[in-house]
Design a protein around this ligand. Structure first.
Ligand code: G3I
Length: 305
């Protein structure tokens, strides 16, 4: 499971990367993935617009390729993502409330059944809350038609589909204590109190100079863990370079390791070459797959190297 993956495993955690099927055939990409990482998250291949672009017709091919690669390498797999307002095919927004509810439950059930037993954790619902200080839910077809209850319904359906997968809520700008993370916190607290199945909360961890690693990052992870859920850093990338970038990565890894229930970290890509924000050079390996100071900082923080 690779150098970073092994160092993390020695700490009882996983260290993964988002991967794209399109790049698995590039030998340098696959070699870097296999040499370094112990977990994968499909970057786009398990999203609704890929898997169910027309209703009740399922395309698992691209996701299956990632699963096959990961299983051959003994890597954990995070499933991403079942219910999200982005990358939704057009047909979804044309449905009535009751038809959308059925379609959501059918999507969750079909996808999780296909991958049953192969996925460590699923991002069941992604990015359901607004940015800013309101703590309100984000407008989406699910929110607007089904209402507040759609999130717990998604989690209940997910638990029934694959009882052994960990079920996560995943979001961004929730890495520190703020109005948005507190809204998520209150939802998780309510779910735990009422027995709605939820096992983990994912913190995406997309950082840049406007949105740096918050000083209360570790405290925020800890307050969620104290609710009785695992926490995971799910999509980490840090715009920048050199020592500043390395220090941010070090803070993230150390913060996770200091929280017993922080079970692992995923960076949002193998190489800057294919990052969704490539010009920010936010990852651990540069565009030529060379290790950056950020890589060395992560390995050191994991106790390796
Ligand atoms: O594959 C098609 C290609 O055939 C087409 O020619 C091209 C033209 O636009 O588009 C390609 O698809 C793009 C896809 O990435 C693969 O590269 C989509 O347009 C593009 O929208 C999509 O972006 C993804 C984005 O989610 C969509 O919102 C990024 O790769 C992916 O990194 C990003 O990941 C999200 C997480 O899922 C959730 N959290 C935030 C994170 C970053 O935005």
């Amino acid at each position: 499971v690779g150098t970073l993956g092994n160092a993390a495993a020695a700490q009882g955690r996983y260290f993964g990367a988002a991967v794209s099927t399109a790049h698995l055939g590039e030998s340098a990409y696959a070699a870097a993935l296999d040499a370094e990482f112990g977990a994968v998250t499909p970057e786009n291949e398990m999203k609704w617009d890929t898997i169910e672009s027309s209703q009740n017709s399922f395309n698992f091919g691209p996701g299956d390729q990632i699963v096959a690669h990961a299983q051959a390498q003994n890597m954990l797999i995070r499933g991403h993502t079942l219910v999200w307002y982005q990358q939704l095919p057009g047909w979804v927004s044309g449905l009535s409330a009751s038809a959308l509810e059925s379609a959501m439950n059918n999507h969750i059930t079909q996808v999780m059944t296909h991958y049953k037993g192969k996925i460590y954790a699923w991002d069941v619902v992604n990015e359901a809350f607004q940015d800013g200080g309101s703590g309100a839910r984000r407008s989406s077809p699910f929110q607007d038609k089904i209402g507040n209850g759609y999130i717990e319904e998604a989690f209940r359906t997910a638990r029934a589909a694959d009882p052994n997968a960990k079920l996560c809520y995943n979001d961004y700008n929730t890495d520190g204590v703020n109005a948005k993370s507190t809204a998520v916190y209150n939802m998780v607290k309510d779910f735990k109190a009422r027995g709605v199945p939820i096992d983990c909360v994912g913190f995406q961890g997309h950082f840049n100079s406007q949105s740096p690693v918050p000083s209360d990052f570790q405290a925020n992870l800890q307050r969620f863990a104290d609710l009785g859920v695992d926490v995971q850093m799910t999509e980490v990338d840090v715009a920048g370079s050199g020592t500043a970038q390395a220090n941010s990565y070090s803070t993230i890894v150390k913060g996770c390791l200091a929280v017993t229930r922080c079970t692992g970290i995923t960076v949002w890509g193998v190489t800057d070459k294919y990052s969704w924000r490539s010009s920010d050079t936010p990852l651990l390996l540069d565009g030529n797959y060379q290790k950056k100071p950020s890589y060395d900082a992560v390995l050191a923080a994991l106790g390796g190297g």
